[in-house]
Design a protein around this ligand. Structure first.
Ligand code: ATP
Length: 323
């Protein structure tokens, strides 16, 4: 391998820039050329590719978003689109790729790698933490801290009135942000998709008399359709448990923004360096993960479309601490 292409794809996440910097500098350190591909898979198809030197990634470790931009690209899901992408890679003499993104981006990477026998290493870049085989993903810690700060602020106003607050957080179909966000901010409960089919979490919450000893209650809700979202739950409370003064707050895109935390910068730096090590060791089609503070290689087939279990101990802790 002589030249590595790098791209960010799907939803952006804080820490992607730190990862771009780490991949670029480790590659150059290892004697490789680096090319930055703009707008994810779309830029591969439309040929938005530029050589990167160490100074291209100066002063970006602290910046949120991604300097490479990101996109969702329908064309890449077709064989014709992927053929165009492959032709451009060949023209630019790129012989390996590092793809930073979530489940969808790594699914695309896996298909492309198999189709053209092309070496790809994936980095888990998503605030949702929903990739299997890694304890954390790039962006998750920053989003969690943002959620915590927002909930702290909402609590100030919530305690001035007697209210039940549903705060909706991101996570797609995963409850990591909601559950850990609830613990970190001292919320009363989290309503998460992982246990939606097991129990009626809203009924349980109300039956437990969660509001008796407090003058306001904050419940974090994962955005998934399985939970009904914060709006859906508020509607249910109005119909099934009238008498509660319910308020909804949807945190939305601010969860994706901001300067990455130290944890995310370090994680992204380690993973970016590890991606180049993996390529030089002739690893292929793996995602870099971190488990028990050690870098691991997770085959794409395992990392994607595989439900990552939530830690039940966290659920129990939240329950015990919200009395
Ligand atoms: P996030 O979890 O933050 O939303 P993501 O990587 O899961 O990020 P997606 O929008 O699901 O985001 O996927 C990003 C891109 O990956 C898609 O726009 C598409 O170009 C590519 N992709 C996704 N699924 C496939 C697939 N089955 N085949 C080929 N390409 C795919």
């Amino acid at each position: 391998i002589k030249c590595v292409g790098i791209l960010t794809s799907g939803g952006d996440a804080p820490g992607m820039n730190a990862a771009i910097r780490a991949v670029t500098r480790s590659a150059i350190y290892g004697g490789l050329k680096v090319k930055g591909i703009y707008r994810g898979y779309r830029g591969l198809i439309t040929d938005e590719i530029q050589e990167f030197h160490t100074q291209n990634v100066s002063n970006i470790i602290q910046a949120g978003g991604t300097i490479l931009k990101t996109a969702r690209c329908k064309e890449f899901t077709t064989p014709e689109g992927r053929q165009l992408a492959y032709d451009n890679l060949k023209r630019h003499e790129i012989d390996a790729l590092v793809v930073i993104g979530g489940d969808g981006s790594l699914t695309g990477a896996r298909i492309f790698a198999n189709e053209f026998n092309f070496p790809i290493i994936g980095l888990p870049g998503t605030i949702d933490n929903d990739l299997y085989g890694t304890d954390s993903t790039i962006g998750y810690d920053t989003a969690l801290n943002t959620i915590m700060e927002c909930v702290d602020k909402i609590r100030d106003t919530a305690t001035s009135h007697e209210r039940l607050f549903f705060i909706e957080v991101m996570g797609r179909d995963a409850g990591f942000l909601a559950l850990n966000g609830a613990i970190a901010s001292g919320a009363e409960a989290a309503i998460i998709p992982e246990i939606s089919t097991e129990v009626d979490q809203l009924a349980e919450l109300i039956q437990n008399g969660f509001r008796k000893s407090k003058n306001s209650s904050i419940v974090l809700v994962a955005e998934s359709p399985v939970t009904g979202g914060a709006m859906g739950l508020a509607e249910r409370v109005k119909n099934e448990y009238p008498g509660y003064d319910v308020r909804v707050s949807i945190l939305g895109h601010l969860q994706r923004g901001g300067s990455p935390t130290a944890c995310d910068r370090i994680l992204a730096s380690r993973m970016g360096a590890a991606a180049i090590d993996a390529l030089l060791e002739e690893q292929r089609n793996v995602m870099i993960g971190i488990r028990n503070d050690e870098i691991v290689y997770v085959p794409f087939s395992k990392a994607i479309k595989n439900d990552k279990p939530i830690n039940r101990e966290l659920l129990d802790t939240l329950r015990r601490l919200s009395i």
